[in-house]
Design a protein around this ligand. Structure first.
Ligand SMILES: [Mg+2]
Ligand SMILES: [Zn+2]
Length: 198
């Protein structure tokens, strides 16, 4: 029997960094000032921190997978400077209407599909029932509902607009102003075994 750990699955654009449309240059990846502190606090609270991000810009030919890898390294560098780290980084480069043929597909990783969280759970031995997804779009919340994790909608990025238009059947556990507020909420609402959903 192996020990499983909870994870905080963090959306990237609009959650960790300002949403600047398709981020195709490193200069456009502007981290929220609290982002690294939030990641460090999550890890100290026992969560693995895993970035899960749709990057359809790859499918649209706006930037390459190598560039997405560059953004991952940038995030990791910023984490290291803040005395923390990422435990995983997953992205979906696909789109059903991709301009680049090799990325044109109905995949199971593009949020709201749960493929990235499921893959991370296998790779990192994650207990999904004690995990949480934090994001600024309803499709982030849908991932949590698919995998039986908790879900927090943040009002940064598209979140404030998304909050006004909740889709049927996809309710978050909390709506918070931003990622650091979401961390505070999590620390204040620990998962008990009885509260674990599955
Ligand atoms: Mg987002
Ligand atoms: Zn995909």
């Amino acid at each position: 029997m192996s020990v499983t750990r909870p994870a905080a699955f963090l959306d990237r654009d609009g959650t960790i960094n300002e949403d600047a449309g398709y981020i195709d240059r490193l200069e456009r990846l502007v981290l929220f000032p609290f982002a690294i502190d939030a990641i460090r606090l999550l890890r100290r609270a026992g969560y693995l921190v895993v970035v899960v991000t749709n990057q359809a810009g790859v499918a649209k030919g706006l930037y390459s997978e190598a560039f997405v890898d560059e953004t991952r390294r940038f995030l990791e560098e910023q984490c290291a400077r803040g005395d923390t780290q990422l435990d995983g980084h997953y992205y979906c480069p696909h789109s059903p209407d991709a301009d680049v043929p090799e990325y044109r597909r109905e995949c199971d990783c593009r949020k709201p599909m749960p493929g990235m969280a499921l893959q991370a759970a296998r790779d990192l031995n994650i207990d999904l029932s004690r995990s949480v997804v934090v994001g600024d779009r309803w499709r982030d919340i849908a991932v949590a509902r698919h995998v039986g994790a908790r879900a927090i909608l943040v009002r940064t990025g598209y979140g404030a607009t998304e909050e006004l238009h909740p889709p049927p059947g996809v309710a978050p556990d909390a709506v918070c102003n931003n990622l650091i507020d979401a961390v505070v909420w999590l620390l204040d609402h620990p998962v008990t075994d009885a509260a674990a959903r599955h």
